[in-house]
Design a protein around this ligand. Structure first.
Ligand SMILES: [Zn+2]
Length: 210
């Protein structure tokens, strides 16, 4: 049984694109944080997909990230693909220094955007010099904020998107990773095909007009 579980976990890892912080993530049962009852209904969700209307992306990993990233979503996106703000807010952190495909933890180029309710959206693995916004800038929902890439702890080009309950102290990478500031919150997206328990790995989602 243990061997079967390990095989499944290895398969999940092989299928995944990234984990922004897996080297220090707590060793918790995979999927244990998935609570379908916590997802907002799509029609009342504050979020849209983080790429332009008319484009589609396949989800490579969601709750398989494990806690505390259990509600993160990896979207497979070619390097240079536009990233848009899933929700309006204030840009609170930007890092675009690192080259693509160096696979080094901590080298995840990113944009963090704080929302009016105190939550923070995190857009990871942007391409080098791939941020189109600056700290202190207010962005509208759907506004282009940068371009996707393959920087940091990543095995293939993709966008890691998650929303945390509150901001962490200091610049990324903030530690320890067990700190509650890394707790992700469930997100549904109102401008795509129906989903009731978050997005599903292996499924392509088109960003539809609202
Ligand atoms: Zn990820």
């Amino acid at each position: 049984m243990t061997r079967l579980l390990c095989s499944l976990l290895l398969l999940a890892a092989a299928m995944s694109g990234c984990d922004a912080a897996s080297p220090t993530a707590p060793d918790a049962p995979q999927g244990s944080v998935l609570d379908c009852g916590r997802f907002t209904a799509q029609t009342s969700s504050a979020y849209i997909l983080p790429y332009p209307v008319g484009q589609a992306a396949t989800v490579s990993r969601t709750f398989e990230h494990g806690p505390p990233q259990g509600y993160a979503v990896d979207f497979l996106r070619p390097i240079g693909s536009l990233v848009v703000a899933a929700r309006a807010g204030l840009v609170v952190e930007v890092d675009e220094r690192w080259s693509d495909a160096d696979h080094a933890f901590g080298h995840e180029n990113h944009v963090f955007i704080a929302h009016d309710d105190g939550t923070v959206a995190r857009y990871f693995h942007l391409t080098q010099a791939g941020a189109d916004v600056a700290v202190g800038e207010r962005v509208a929902q759907g506004q282009s904020i940068g371009r996707s890439g393959d920087s940091g702890n990543s095995t293939s080009p993709h966008l890691h998107f998650d929303v945390v309950e509150r901001p962490c102290e200091g610049p990324w990478p903030q530690g320890p990773y067990s700190d509650a500031c890394h707790n992700t919150v469930p997100v549904s997206f109102r401008n795509t095909r129906p989903h009731t328990c978050g997005l599903t790995s292996g499924v392509a989602y088109t960003a539809l007009p609202q």
